[in-house]
Design a protein around this ligand. Structure first.
Ligand SMILES: NC(=O)c1ccc[n+]([C@@H]2O[C@H](COP(=O)([O-])OP(=O)(O)OC[C@H]3O[C@@H](n4cnc5c(N)ncnc54)[C@H](OP(=O)(O)O)[C@@H]3O)[C@@H](O)[C@H]2O)c1
Length: 293
């Protein structure tokens, strides 16, 4: 897999990155720890060197799995490891979550992530969601401190607008954005991607397969049943949108068939051809799914 330079950083990353949200279980259907470890191993063997995780995925579980696997395989140095901060949860009440991007909270979270990931540094540290309760200057001050002391290499944000990124740049060298982007969800093309191109900010796009829909495996009878794929989490799964998108998927399948590749692969190739996208993140619940991407 030919590597790409990630924005202004010195990282050379694979154009396909492994997302680990599903490793956390809820709101996805459960997946075993052994299967997650095999998926990471497979990803590395396929040449994927970017792994994205977050404390919120499984309330620490996804980070722990990534950490223990990289340690066992002795592959930490070879991987560009991305994680996040700023989404908190009440222990024992997993559905109660809130945003906290205060300096105090970020400086607390980093040490918990480093411990779970069994590493001394994070390559790309991202503010998971913006939170208007805290001034961006305060959040960036914390991120800059972490970069200065070597706990993180690159400052990143996720789900930020162009205006919010412009504000970040007043206080710290912002070098990475993670944003939702797939064939059905292209809002970032308007302002966010042009801003990243102009400022040479590396972009990790997420939801590339629209939670599996863009693999073409679902239909009107075979609908996913986990909470993450219900209308409350993702409007694409509301009945009226779902049937409309299944029709569009049939048209995309024809394009994939013309190239003699699986739809998921066609979708990833399409994503990577779009200006400004450096790396498409895709989640996989087992090693076999990865081999079909
Ligand atoms: N920053 C943020 O706010 C944010 C938000 C969302 C995601 N992310 C990141 O982006 C990553 C990717 O996004 P995502 O996990 O939402 O979804 P995705 O990549 O759009 O979809 C992943 C899901 O599709 C299914 N799938 C994957 N490959 C398949 C194949 N070959 N055949 C059939 N099914 C397949 C699997 O689910 P099933 O087997 O259950 O169908 C898998 O969990 C996340 O893991 C996370 O790291 C970040």
């Amino acid at each position: 897999m030919e590597k790409r330079l990630f924005g202004k950083t010195c990282f050379k990353i694979s154009p396909l990155g492994l997302g680990t949200w599903v490793f956390g279980g809820w709101p996805w259907n459960e997946v075993s720890e052994a299967e997650c470890e095999k998926t990471i191993e497979k990803a590395l063997s396929l040449g994927i060197n970017l792994i994205d995780t977050a404390p919120f995925y499984g309330f620490g579980r996804a980070e722990e799995i990534v950490g223990q696997t990289l340690k066992r395989l002795k592959k930490r140095e070879e991987v560009v490891l991305a994680t996040k901060a700023g989404l908190c949860w009440e222990k024992g009440k997993k559905k109660k979550a809130w945003r906290d991007v205060s300096k105090k909270n970020i400086l607390r979270e980093i040490d918990e992530s480093l411990k779970r990931l069994q590493t001394e540094w994070i390559d790309i540290y991202q503010i998971h969601w913006p939170d208007e309760k805290t001034e961006i200057g305060e959040t960036m001050e914390a991120m800059f401190e972490l970069k200065e002391c070597g706990k993180i290499k690159v400052i990143g944000v996720s789900n930020f607008s162009a205006e919010q990124m412009r504000e970040c740049l007043k206080y710290a060298p912002l070098e990475s954005l993670q944003a939702p982007y797939n064939y059905f969800q292209r809002e970032i093309e308007k302002e966010i991607l042009p801003f990243c191109i102009e400022n040479n900010i590396g972009v990790l796009s997420y939801g590339t397969l629209r939670k599996g829909l863009l693999t073409g495996k679902f239909n009107l009878e075979n609908r996913p049943n986990d909470p993450v794929r219900q209308p409350a989490w993702d409007p694409m799964f509301a009945p009226e949108n779902y049937s409309k998108c299944l029709k569009e998927i049939e048209e995309l399948k024809i394009k994939a068939d013309e190239k003699n590749i699986p739809l998921a692969q066609w979708v990833i190739e399409w994503t990577l051809e779009q200006p400004g996208i450096t790396c498409a993140l895709a989640g996989a619940r087992n090693a076999s799914q990865l081999t079909h991407l």
